[in-house]
Design a protein around this ligand. Sequence first.
Ligand SMILES: [Zn+2]
Length: 192
Amino acid sequence: MSFQFVGCSSSTQLSSTDFDTKTPYQYVTREQWGAKEVQPGGKNHSITHVTLHHGGEFFAEDKDVLNYLPSFQKWCMQDKHWIDIPYHFIIDAKGIVYEARPIEFAGDTNTSYDPAGHALICVLGNFEEQPVNRFQLQSTIVLMANLCNQYGVKTDSIKSHKDYTETLCPGKNLYNYLQSGLILSEVNKLIK
Ligand SMILES: [Zn+2]
């Protein structure tokens, strides 16, 4: 994409001094949030890319994620007939990272790109409408760096959903931080 955003789309534009990527995020495993077992039929893959998404729906900061995840998982399995939640990680408004689909299985999508090889991160919220807060951005950066370190992903393979197909995802207020280079420069500082 060659389109450049001009000016700020939100009044709370964050910069690297607003967060501390030395702080690890709080991590909640599938077991801890009461995930049902992944359904059979998953496709194994090797991680070569990290791809950023948003939930696409307004998500109130005080919404109970531990209550939301089991019902979201149920909808994914029963209505979408997916093996599990389509993303591997979900980040809430407090920056807590939840384990979603087991990462050994390729993700799913409603759009026309092949998510095999992609570690999929979904930040809860609609970032066409909501601003991204510092906790969400900080955890996104640290999680991306951890994935790069673990799987040898290069920072030029960190992109977002809209870099692959026609979609608004991950929303302009989050995409802005990828496009400005802020996310990638912070991830680079953490890559070993
Ligand atoms: Zn997406």
